[in-house]
Write a protein that binds this ligand. Structure first.
Ligand SMILES: CC(=O)SCCNC(=O)CCNC(=O)[C@H](O)C(C)(C)COP(=O)(O)OP(=O)(O)OC[C@H]1O[C@@H](n2cnc3c(N)ncnc32)[C@H](O)[C@@H]1OP(=O)(O)O
Ligand SMILES: O=CC(=O)O
Ligand SMILES: [Mg+2]
Length: 349
């Protein structure tokens, strides 16, 4: 274990000092773009102003013979758009640590566009050792290329071993931005019997006891509840952010919305969007409900220093509900700063 006082020291001479606290950013959706696809890439300058994060994906979903084209396409895409001008994050998902592509992914991207790159998403993270490796390598590359701002790291939680080590992954480095649930790889790694990318399964259910001839009530359960809860606790305990990952059935926007909303209510900051149709869903879900914002604002106003106990509409409020209300009001302010329509609806002054 590293001594606490060394935790925030740069890992290479000349590398930027790690952030003490994460930059505060609205990240309702991490929008995936296939950078080897010239047609989709051409849409990025317009797309950038409409999403919170653009992620150029180099890993799964890019065919092996297109890996170099995806890497080159990412560099072209990064250089062609001023993402910072619209407050949009620029992320990449690199190839896995055991793949033949990862070194060239990092060497090329940090050299060519390291100053524009906000976050590197690392797939199939198994334990803190994977983060330590990426942390050291990024520091060396930042130093070599004079990158001024630390590039953050986001882990995908998508292996059984990764879930077993989720707490130590979250605390592995001050470079950690957060974590996303990867339900497709995780299902395979765990031996789950589903071919779906996220969402529920009609056969995963509970059933009521028999009661004579009456039909037995039965309800579908959430396959991902346990893992999302573990991920949120690990992330929030370490001051980093949790995200729901992909929802693969683009034809079922209703189920996508329900899955995203469950994650939002449990503490997630956002989700991945793989198709333009999912962007509006993420915007709807990862912004607090206006009625909830209005009530939360009344709680904050009723307890100006956040202590004591008051009654509002027959409901007891105290220091704990004040903190709950602050979570909602603070998020609403962040959303309002980016969305003039919701700013009017929230009316937080
Ligand atoms: C388990 C995991 O790892 S999930 C993460 C990995 N997967 C991904 O990153 C997939 C990202 N998404 C994609 O690559 C694409 O959406 C695909 C290949 C799956 C489907 O693409 P298409 O067959 O073109 O879908 P569709 O015809 O519905 O697209 C409609 C329009 O949206 C565009 N589009 C599709 N996906 C995207 C996207 N992610 N970003 C921007 N535009 C997109 C299409 O180019 C098309 O444009 P057009 O109307 O000008 O022709
Ligand atoms: O990478 C994402 C996943 O679900 O697997
Ligand atoms: Mg995966």
């Amino acid at each position: 274990m590293k001594l606490p006082r060394r935790f925030f020291q740069p890992l290479a001479t000349g590398a930027p000092a790690p952030f003490r606290d994460l930059p505060v950013k609205l990240e309702r959706m991490i929008h995936f773009v296939p950078p080897h696809n010239e047609k989709v890439r051409a849409r990025v300058p317009d797309l950038a102003g409409t999403v919170d994060v653009v992620l150029g994906n180099l890993e799964d979903a890019v065919p092996a013979d297109q890996k170099e084209a995806a890497r080159a396409g990412f560099v072209t895409m990064a250089k062609a758009t001023d993402f910072a001008a619209t407050g949009t994050g620029l992320w990449t998902r690199i190839n896995a640590l055991n793949s033949p592509w990862i070194l060239d992914d990092l060497f090329t991207l940090v050299a060519e566009c390291g100053d524009k790159l906000d976050v590197v998403m690392v797939p199939k993270v198994e334990g803190p050792w994977d983060i330590h490796y990426i942390d050291q390598l990024l520091a060396q590359l930042e130093a070599r290329h004079g990158v001024k701002k630390p590039i953050l790291v986001h882990a995908i939680l998508e292996t059984a071993e990764g879930v077993a080590n989720v707490d130590s992954i979250a605390s592995a480095s001050p470079r950690m931005h957060g974590m996303s649930l990867g339900p497709a790889d995780l299902a395979a790694s765990r031996g789950m019997k589903t071919t779906r990318v996220g969402g529920g399964h009609p056969d995963y259910r509970v059933i009521a006891d028999p009661a004579g001839d009456a039909a037995r009530a039965s309800a579908q359960q959430d396959l991902w509840h346990y893992t999302i809860a573990r991920m949120v606790d690990a992330c929030m305990a370490n001051g980093i952010k949790a995200f729901y990952g992909p929802f693969g059935d683009f034809s079922d926007s209703e189920a996508c919305e329900v899955q995203f909303r469950n994650a939002f209510l449990m503490g997630c900051a956002g989700a991945w969007t793989l198709h333009p149709s999912q962007v509006a869903i993420a915007k709807r879900v990862f912004a607090p409900d206006p009625a909830e914002v209005a009530f939360a604002a009344r709680i904050v106003a009723a307890m100006p220093d956040g202590t004591g106990a008051v009654m509002l509409d027959g409901k007891m409020q105290d220091d704990a509900t004040w903190k709950q209300a602050k979570v909602i009001v603070d998020l609403a302010k962040l959303v309002a700063a980016k969305d003039p329509d919701l700013a009017k609806v929230y009316d937080l002054g």
